[in-house]
Design a protein around this ligand. Structure first.
Ligand code: NAP
Ligand code: MG
Length: 470
């Protein structure tokens, strides 16, 4: 049992002023593994003031000097790689192979991408008679979800800190432990006092105190669309910049000339990665109607072949969902889909294990285009399969949700694939399962949000623009 009784405020580890503590559960064992401090509004106020005090000197450094400090932070994080992996396995329930690659190493690659991209920002630019300066936007409030807790924090802090902002961070209540490792590493790396402040706690208390605080300039939020909309409204009276990274309902479009086995297997893996708790998961498989039966069978076989079990076992690929509530939400989607006529061709909502919040990798066929499970984000290991007759119909189906985060196109013809990618109303598209690029801008269209994280674009989220005429 770990105890994390303090918040990190102004460079010091301090007990909460008006909060309490909260238990953290391991979702695979359902055992309490830690007790963590929870802040309250007075802690947020203290954190914002500490960030405000640190802002002039941190933002006033040369970029290269800021990056030098952040390079030490990167090295300190590398040094605790194994502890980060173990913590991610314990607090998220992520299988150790997924925790290592998709959580910790990808998170580190994102920080690396930000440090390298610091050279690509046009910090000063001549526009006619003006010199245009890019300057840090101020104090940033960063609010992150539980699905990839380490990665999500770095996707914000990397951009904010390179930009010269100072930060108040609220990690998700379910998964605060990796944020402690991040803050401790920053402390050891010599990040100046107040540049990073950590205030775990409830979104409704700590989160709302952050987004309404008059001395916060930028809110960077990753989470659900509903909370994103609420935050936007709460931040409006003080005219904050609000950067939103929200949910998704992404489609993988398999064209008639694609390698069906590679396309379907790749889609199933992407849909089920991290037990489907991935904002950019391809949760809809779209295939030519002539290949629907074959694709459905391939998807069912691929899903059934994913090894579910103990996250500590190197052979496990599918861990539990993060909480009992999340398991109940996912099972509810599956049960309602079946009641509406969907066919379960793999998995289903029954508990596959007596202990832990496990849900089997589930493939649903026979779903109507307007079914709830086709339109709403499930955020669990659930994939629907639909057929289409023409490329136009495929594009129309892919675009037929309010979201627009990610998409996939599979084709033997690169030009045709790019043509379809251009027509998808999403912030990302992978052709033939191409690898994630930790330096390319990541964000959504429509109800998937308005922000862009990672690389140069992610730094620019935290910059203001000033024109000086001479
Ligand atoms: P969530 O409920 O929206 O929570 C996200 C964060 O916001 C948590 O830290 C939460 O605190 C906090 N929060 C909740 N209510 C708040 C309020 N009224 N004011 C301020 N902060 C508040 O989302 P989630 O359930 O953790 O995560 C799943 C969602 O995130 C999915 O929709 C997923 O698609 C989305 N997501 C998007 C991306 C992306 O990059 N686009 C990436 C990952 C996830 P608590 O800890 O108290 O809940
Ligand atoms: Mg939530």
């Amino acid at each position: 049992m770990t105890t994390r009784g303090c918040l990190f405020l102004g460079g010091r580890w301090q007990a909460p002023r008006d909060g309490g503590t909260r238990e953290v559960e391991n979702p695979a064992t359902e055992l309490v593994i830690a007790r963590v401090a929870e802040g309250g509004p007075r802690d947020v106020d203290a954190a914002v003031h500490a960030a405000r005090r640190a802002f002039p000197s941190w933002s006033g450094l040369e970029v290269t000097d800021r990056v030098a400090v952040l390079e030490r932070w990167y090295d300190e994080l590398l040094a605790v790689h194994d502890e980060l992996v173990a913590t991610t396995v314990a607090e998220v329930g992520a299988p150790v192979v997924i925790a290592r690659e998709a959580h910790v190493e990808l998170g580190l690659a994102v920080l690396r991408g930000y440090l390298d991209a610091s050279k690509d920002v046009a910090w000063e630019e001549q526009v006619g008679s003006s010199v245009v300066l890019r300057e840090a936007a101020g104090v940033a409030a960063c609010i992150t979800p539980w699905n990839y807790p380490f990665y999500q924090v770095l996707a914000k802090l990397g951009g904010a800190l390179v930009a010269g902002c100072t930060v108040v961070l609220k990690p998700a209540e379910l998964t605060p432990l990796s944020a402690y490792l991040l803050a401790e590493a920053a402390d050891r790396a010599g990040l100046p006092a107040g540049v990073l402040n950590l205030v775990p706690g409830a979104g409704s208390v700590v989160g709302e105190a952050m987004v309404t605080h008059p001395d916060v300039d930028v809110v960077s939020f990753t989470g659900s669309t509903g909370v994103g909309a609420r935050i936007t409204a709460l931040a409006a009276p003080t005219v904050k910049r609000v950067c939103l990274e929200l949910g998704g309902k992404s489609a993988s479009v398999v064209l008639d000339d694609a390698d069906l086995v590679a396309a379907v297997t790749g889609t199933v893996q992407a849909a089920m990665l991290n037990s489907g708790q991935t904002c950019s998961a391809w949760s809809r498989l779209l295939v030519p109607a002539s290949r629907l039966a074959a694709a459905t069978e391939l998807a069912a076989t691929a899903a059934a072949g994913l090894v579910l079990g103990d996250p500590l076992d190197e052979r496990t690929w599918l861990g539990p969902l993060v909480s009992a509530a999340q398991r109940a939400t996912v099972a509810g989607f599956v049960d309602r889909a079946v009641a509406a006529g969907a066919r379960v061709v793999a998995g289903g909502s029954a508990r596959p294990a007596p202990v832990g919040h496990f849900h089997a990798a589930t493939v649903l066929a026979g779903v109507a285009p307007d079914a709830e499970v086709v339109r709403e984000e499930v955020f669990g290991p659930v994939l629907t399969v639909q057929g289409f007759d023409t490329d136009d119909e495929a594009v129309a189906l892919a675009n037929a949700t309010a979201y627009g985060l990610h998409g996939g196109v599979w084709s033997a013809d690169p030009a045709r694939a790019l043509g379809i990618a251009r027509r998808l109303r999403t912030g990302q598209v992978d052709v033939n399962g191409a690898a994630f690029n930790p330096s390319a801008p990541f964000g959504g269209y429509g109800r998937s949000g308005n922000g862009r994280e990672l690389g140069r674009h992610g730094i620019e989220e935290f910059l203001e623009t000033k024109s000086v005429q001479r």
